[in-house]
Structures are given as structure tokens and as C-alpha cells.
Design a protein around this ligand. Structure first.
Ligand SMILES: [Zn+2]
Length: 247
């Protein structure tokens, strides 16, 4: 057996552990802190946390997301070790994978893109973008991603306002598209650069729209349609960027 395969296996485990930890701690505590049980709030001992033991106070099992993330982290890391993505290479591909997976999970679980996470992503996107396709393409790509998504966000707010006035009811501002999605589109613009960000955004918006349409039709069929169920664009933005970057 080739011993070097143990390197990506270890790194894959590390990726899973890191993504799980960040996704567990950041939305709840907003800093790198000791994890607490989501069910009873008791602090989890570090040893118990890393060994994936159940909560000592309430017996809660570790989430299925924890296990899935470990498995997918391992599979993805071994994959990019064996077939490093063109341009990115293994090291950058690995760091970016951890970052995007963290943003993906936090957004799916909490509908939230945290500000410090966006700032970190902008710096990472800037560095990787410049390495991949130079300064000009990176900066224009970032501005385009941010700008296009901002316009969509603004129209979403206007549309929501118009509909609520027509119905004579108030709804929360900015429901149609969260502002975190705008920041994320800017980060992906830096990563993909100009003009590739166009394809990234288009793929994400079409996929997000198609899935939302199916959900709305499903809810209509079940007569459970709620007005303005916001489209969660972030997961689609991330998937389309991964598709374009990890080739
Ligand atoms: Zn507990």
C-alpha cells in the first residue's frame, strides 16, 4: 500500500472536524468557543466533542450532519488529492473547500451568512482570484458579482413592498433575498473572476429558481403555500462555483 494516501485521509478527517466545529460554534456563539449541546445548552467537553460522544447531560446523539460532513470531507479531500483541480491545485483547493463547506452548512441550517465569515471569504477570494486570473479580472469579477446580486436584492425588496402594500399587510424587509447572498456573490466573483462570474451567477439563479418553482408547485399541490418563501440562493451559488472551479 502506498503510505502517501494516509496524508489526504488525515487531511480529510481534519476538514470534516474543522467544518463541523465552525458550523456548530459560529452561528450560536459568534466566536471560536467551546461547543455547547444544541438541545440542553450544556458545554460539551473537548474530548467528548472530538470523539463524537453523545451529550452527557441529555444523551443527545451527534447530528446526522456531523457524520455526513466527516464522510463527504474525506471523500472530497481524497478526490482533490488524486485529481487536483486545474489552476487551484491541492492546497488552495483544500482551503477553499473547507471555507465553502462551512458557509454552505451555516446557510442551510440558519439562513445566515455571518459578517466575519464574509470578510474572511473576501480576503481568501482576493488572494485565490489573483493567483488564478490576475488582479484586474479578480476585482472586476468581484464588483460584478456583488453589483448584479445587489440589483436583484433591491428589486426583491421593492417587489415585496409592493405586494405587501397591495395586500395591506406588512412583511419583513429584504425577505426575498438576504443581503448575505449579495456578499457571497461578491466573494465568488473574486474567486471566479470576470467574465466567468456571469456563468456562475446564471447557473445559480436558474437552478435556485427551478428548485423554488418545484417547491412552490409542491406546496400549492399540498395547499400549504406561504407567500414570499425566500429563495435560499447561497447553496446554489456555492454549488455552481464549486462546479466551475473544481474541474
Ligand atoms: Zn444535551
Amino acid at each position: 500500500m502506498n503510505v502517501t494516501i494516509l496524508v489526504p485521509v488525515f487531511l480529510g478527517w481534519l476538514a470534516g472536524a474543522l467544518v463541523n466545529y465552525l458550523a456548530d460554534v459560529l452561528p450560536a456563539r459568534r466566536r471560536l468557543d467551546q461547543p455547547t449541546c444544541p438541545q440542553c445548552g450544556t458545554q460539551i467537553r473537548w474530548a467528548d466533542y472530538w470523539l463524537l460522544r453523545n451529550c452527557r447531560a441529555c444523551g443527545r446523539h451527534r447530528s446526522w450532519r456531523t457524520w455526513t460532513t466527516y464522510v463527504l470531507g474525506l471523500v472530497a479531500t481524497v478526490q482533490i488529492w488524486l485529481f487536483p483541480p486545474r489552476g487551484l491545485g491541492f492546497v488552495l483547493g483544500f482551503i477553499l473547500l473547507v471555507y465553502l463547506a462551512t458557509v454552505f452548512i451555516i446557510d442551510v441550517e440558519h439562513r445566515l451568512i455571518l459578517h466575519p465569515v464574509s470578510v474572511f471569504g473576501a480576503l481568501l477570494g482576493l488572494a485565490i482570484g489573483i493567483i488564478l486570473h490576475g488582479t484586474a479580472s479578480t476585482l472586476i469579477g468581484g464588483a460584478a458579482g456583488f453589483g448584479i446580486m445587489f440589483i436583484l436584492y433591491y428589486f426583491g425588496v421593492l417587489f415585496a413592498r409592493m405586494m405587501s402594500r397591495r395586500r395591506g399587510e406588512t412583511i419583513e424587509e429584504g425577505d426575498a433575498l438576504g443581503f448575505g447572498d449579495v456578499n457571497l456573490a461578491g466573494i465568488l466573483g473574486l474567486l471566479l473572476g470576470w467574465p466567468l462570474i456571469w456563468i456562475g451567477l446564471l447557473t445559480a439563479i436558474l437552478a435556485g429558481g427551478a428548485v423554488s418553482l418545484m417547491l412552490i408547485l409542491g406546496m400549492l399541490a399540498l395547499k400549504r403555500y406561504r407567500v414570499f418563501t425566500a429563495i435560499p440562493y447561497a447553496p446554489f451559488l456555492i454549488l455552481s462555483a464549486v462546479f466551475l472551479l473544481y474541474r
